[in-house]
Structures are given as structure tokens and as C-alpha cells.
Design a protein. Structure first.
Length: 84
């Protein structure tokens, strides 16, 4: 049984490729979300996939809330969203 609730679904996948195979619509939806810094005021560099430019870009995350289109590294963002 597939569990496609992000971010918990990653705990049930061996790899990003497996998650893409099991939950492609969810990953596509996540990669189309706009960047969202959230309401807090920390200044944490993160990456998001910009569906307009089709590139992963850096943004400043406030440290709370926001959305799932937020990755710790450029490589992680590209690995998850490069197909979208």
C-alpha cells in the first residue's frame, strides 16, 4: 500500500526514484508550489523548485511553517524536481 503523504512518504521509500514511481502526482504538486518563507524570522538558506524558470533556486526560510517545496541542498531539490 502506498503512503503518499509528504513529507512522511519519504520514510517509506528506499530512494527518490521509488517515491516518484509510487507518488508521481504528489511530487509534481510539491514541485509546483511557490517558495514560502513562512512567518518566522530565522534566516535559513534553503532551495525551492521554481516551476516558471524550471530551476532550483535559493530562498531564505524563516524556520517554521512554509510548504513542502523546500530542500536543504541544491542537489536534493534537483534530484526531486528536475523532471518537472
Amino acid at each position: 500500500m502506498s503512503n503518499c503523504n509528504f513529507p512522511l512518504f519519504t520514510l517509506h521509500c528506499v530512494s527518490v526514484e521509488e517515491c516518484e514511481r509510487r507518488c508521481p502526482d504528489l511530487i509534481r504538486k510539491i514541485c509546483r508550489l511557490p517558495s514560502d518563507s513562512g512567518p518566522c524570522e530565522a534566516a535559513i538558506p534553503k532551495y525551492f523548485y521554481n516551476s516558471i524558470t524550471k530551476k532550483c533556486e535559493q530562498f531564505i526560510y524563516g524556520g517554521c511553517l512554509g510548504n513542502e517545496n523546500r530542500f536543504a541542498t541544491l542537489a536534493e531539490c534537483e534530484q526531486v524536481c528536475s523532471l518537472y
